[in-house]
Design a protein around this ligand. Sequence first.
Ligand code: ADP
Ligand code: MG
Length: 651
Amino acid sequence: MGRIRVLSDQVANKIAAGEVVERPASVVKELLENSLDAGATQLKIEVEGGGRKLIRVSDDGCGMLRDDALLAFERHATSKLADVKDLLSISTLGFRGEALPSIASVSRLVLETRSAEEATGMRVELAGGKLLRADEVALPPGTTITVRDLFYNVPARKKFLRSEQTELAHIASTVTHYSLAHPDRSVLLRSGASDLLQVTPAGSLRDRVYQVFGSQILDELVDLGSRERELTLPPPYVPPSQAVAAFSAEPEEPGSRTFRLTGFASRPQYQKLNRNSVFLFVNRRLIRDRLLMHAISSAYHNLMPPACYPFAVLFLECDCAEVDVNVHPSKTEVRFRHGSFVHDFMRDSIREVLIESKPVSSLPAPERAAMSREPQRAVALPFSEFTSRMETQAWPAEPSAVMPPPAQESAGNLPEYTLPPPRPASAAAAEAPLRIRIPDTHAGFPADAMAEPSVSLAVLADLRPLGQLHESFIIAAGKDGLWIIDQHVAHERVLFEIVLEQRTRGKVESQRLLMPMVLQLTAEQQIEYARIAEELHAAGFETEPFGQRTLAVKAAPAGVGAGDIEKLLSEILEIAETELRGVSMEDVRRAISASIACRAAIKVNTRLDQTKMEWLLAALAATACPMTCPHGRPVALRYSIRDILRGFHRI
Ligand code: ADP
Ligand code: MG
């Protein structure tokens, strides 16, 4: 008697149905889940052509009985579920019995499997869902499934596949996820001749994080330990007609459910530009869930600038009855029975650990509403360190009032940033205004100073620097008022245009490093690196693969400090990753230039002498778009003469 059964229609119809095969990575996901469900300890994934040509997943799991090898390709044939009841407590990754038939129907598939209970195994070959042959063969225990020519018989689907590199990056991300969820297994991901990920069984999640991401990340992480919260279930409903009987019966314990959260989250200082570094699992199942993602963002609320994400590997464990995985065919969405409880538990647990570990700033952080910033432009450009630092620090006095309108990058239509009218000092404000008329002894102002001239580039060239505030902002006098220029952002704009121009003409100026710098790359970063290696070279980097998963950096764009090179490179690789979401190479190029400019620009808290300030203002005036930094942030605030006069009650 085999283990696999074909589900009855009644059960099959209750399962969220739909295509499972969307792209090569979905095949890898389903095959990996099957291997894990089969108790495999060694998982090997080989791909060619980004998975379009070949995907092979081999495991040393329980294998299939000979009779089951054919049955596995029937729809709704599974060994993991028998009854509708079982749907309420799914503990395996698979349960739908749909993956193998779906994959087989859009590829040329070979299954080789042997159960340890039987002396021989089976080799089954299908193409486009049709059985070509099935033979009894000698095999080691375990299962190997080879999928070739995905979508060969569905040209419409094949057309929708993205580039080889993009599909490979999706596969790498899937495999990385599962390797984190199962630190005790060996995982090997091989693309063509190169091993993108190779990990042996690790003693702990921490060790696995180290194996996958390298040592640098560990310093940025805080361990959540094991956080638990109990949910008391309401007593079961008893209809009034049975109330008396229920009263005299044994009192039933109102049940309770325990939720447990373990894993790591990065300190707020460590910021990622996209969600790709949040690895989320519910009962060891990889999940992409809005509710939980929101809980994570709320945990970092005010600790991190908006539109940034942490690095996190989080495992939520709960009773199977508390979570419905049968919501979506790809099983990556879930529905919680007590969603808001789970949300709050997750948010509070992470936040507590972050705050315990080390507050970012001793000052109270401003309310998010007060920092009402427009979201970043479509290309998620990196935040400059400067601006993010500024944002995480508190600015007590009504910061919203000085926030600029959304910046537009157009030289013709310069946005104007107006400070609120200055208020008199508080002591004076308490004094009742004098009611007698005071003869105006102050000299009058020339009429043209009072007019609100439209801000033009010419004004910038006329600015006279007066000094620095906080060694971060240049205070300058102009014909039309007082200007406050953010020195870092201004320099960033200047450099951005230079770098972009150099890049367009050929190659960005670069500097050789005394000693090559060695960087560790994750599987996904390796793929991105391969894709943009040429662009990196043109941007002034000289890099070379150096052994497994490492990169030697021999030269970097001029002006970037040695301490910033590593950050710059990982930022660029991260930007390139957003290609997964459809960013063009041209955007990647602009983003790289912006990153270089940001890293090479004068930092905050840097004293500038008069000549440097004058030079910076002149260079800024010469740019094509002096009013916003490449990230769309304002470069300068203007306090017009009119505002000043209004503040002094002269008008
Ligand atoms: P599901 O995983 O939802 O049960 P699948 O179509 O993915 O459905 O797989 C069908 C059945 O084939 C599984 O229930 C399992 O019994 C068997 N199977 C698939 N892959 C493996 C494997 N790698 N090792 C052992 N058995 C497997
Ligand atoms: Mg399955």
